[in-house]
Design a protein around this ligand. Sequence first.
Ligand code: FAD
Length: 275
Amino acid sequence: MPAISFEFYPPKTDEQRAQLDRTAEKLKGYAPEYVSCTFGAGGSTLSYTSETVRHLNQKHGFMAAPHLSCVGGSREEIRELLKLYRAIGCKRIVALRGDLPSGMGHPGDLRYASDLVAFIRAEHGDSFHIEVACYPETHPQSEDALADLKHFKAKVDAGADGAITQYFYNPDAYFHFVDAVRKLGVDVPIVPGIMPIANFTQLRRFSEACGAEIPRWIGKRMQAYGDDADSVREFGADVVARLCERLIAGGAPSLHFYTLNLAKPTQNVLARLGG
Ligand code: FAD
């Protein structure tokens, strides 16, 4: 079994909190290197992320890393959050630009994730291990694929220790991305972000928004299964497990699972990898 990490989102209702607890109980046994907790841009889930990080550490004994996005935030707000994370013992942060919810006005004091990484380093030196995001299939808003590679390198030059990719289902996208950034001199670990397939309709919608491609052959097969949830689940787990095997065989340093706070889809993949 490769080294793994799990990503959760901060629950907002009692029902969601109970679900996260059940999921955390089930996934604990895989001994993740760390878990991370997403952050809603624009401040709306500001407190939920820190609360959830605290809860994951205290109740479940994880080493939880908050995601922190700079869009829509002032330097002062980000400074306060960093102080809080330091005070509650966080050693690791996933630093992002984030996306402004439509209609939100102020872009914030820091424009890009590279500015946020530089800010964290300037304020806290090496106190945090910093992960950043990267996009093997190119970030949807970048001017072009080569510019996106350079912007990724700028985040590493600003002080990022590692990167987690947007999810993808074509391993060659990952291998080409890694080769390209190595040629630019980037030497930090690049961990594939793995999205298990739970609800295909939701995944398709999600993918359109974030620029992740679902290969036609996967879409066609899922379409044919329709409401046959067992077949969707089995086929999805087979596809994602094979992707993971190829990534590990090709040198991926570890795997980061987007759990969406559900245990089963991730467990179905890990079971096929011998977990
Ligand atoms: P950046 O690295 O700043 O890049 C954003 C865009 O700007 C890219 O197109 C890049 O090419 C371009 N760019 C960068 N620098 C420059 C420059 N100097 N000049 C011109 N263009 C430039 N979103 C959330 O809201 N909360 C989360 O918790 C969250 N977690 C995530 C975790 C992972 C692992 C990933 C892959 C994504 C996550 N996201 C999250 C989504 C992310 O916030 C969006 O993809 C966002 O649009 C870009 O964030 P970034 O940090 O990659 O931005």
